[in-house]
Design a protein around this ligand. Sequence first.
Ligand code: PLP
Length: 388
Amino acid sequence: MHIAQRMQRLGTETAFLVLAKAKALEAQGKHVVHLEIGEPDFDTPVNIKTAAKKALDDGFTHYGPAPGLPDFRTAIARHMNERLGVSYSPNQVVVTPGGKPIMFFTILACVDEGDEVIYPNPGFPIYESVINFLGGKAVPLPLREDRQFRFDIEELKRLITPRTRMLIINSPQNPTGGILTRDDLKQIAGLAVEHDLIVLSDEIYSRIVYDGFTHVSIATMPGMAERTVVLDGFSKTYAMTGWRLGFGLMPEELARLVAQLQINSNSCTASFTQMAGLEALVGPQDEVTRMDAEFKRRRDVIVEGLNSIPGFRCHKPLGAFYVFPNITATGKSSKFLADYLLDEAGVACLSGTAFGAFGEGYLRFSYANSVENILIALDRVKKAVAML
Ligand code: PLP
């Protein structure tokens, strides 16, 4: 079969490949602790599941409007306005099956061939994949461990050229757990306005933050709402990865085009899933608070444990549920060590290079797993590293 040339430019998300390999090992009888995939191990809160069941019984089983059900778009706009201090109208909300399509659709709608897109590296691999796939020029912006994995604004300035169309930011960040401060965002916003850049702000982890950190959206900065796409969703906050429910906030004109892209691909997001999402937003939020408190407990356990392993140095992140320890002192490459830990120790994690070239020298562990399992994994990693 002939395969189109462009497929050679499409990347992937290694987490799914490592998960498949880990599952294959489990099928052979090997015990594996899963710290590779970025999904909460908690069950979706009961009130959300009940709302979905009711929605099925109430007939929310048909096609709905491409940008989302009107009541749901209204609820999202209200929720985000209250939480972020922005002022979006329901017409600026597009609901998608997961937050991921917002990346794809935004880049598809805004980036011409040859346009440059600056993106965080190490960063969520789909940014680079989609930019390359669509013929843009992917320009990596290195994140620096010595800056708690924030990037250097001076470095960003140097990367901006007359061809720069878009800047992608992600805070709290996958894979490092790093966050951007209000001051960082102010400076980024200044550059975006000065150079007329579109900003894709991936805020999917904005409610998983620790130690009193308050998330700020770049969309609140002067001149930014009209050039920002905020990506958010339900996968992480409400433990709803398998439901496939996310959304974007964007200027109305772009929302119409993104909805048109949706008509050309998914048609719409499942109607009963949207009704579950509505309940997630308007119902009690105690489960979110409980899950966040548990993530924090796990973060403290894994950071302390990794720092006790010779050759590992682990920064304590302020958000998301990932740690990104520096492993250069082990003398091994990231890929070698990630493979070795899965094969020899039964601990599934990801090589830092799964998140781009600047991830060399690091591993990514997701701590969306129980403290009990994290402790087992830490013990295994420690023993396996000692045997290197
Ligand atoms: N953005 C980031 C940074 C992520 O880590 C993920 C998932 O891992 C997503 C977006 C997409 O999540 P979903 O499509 O499940 O909403």
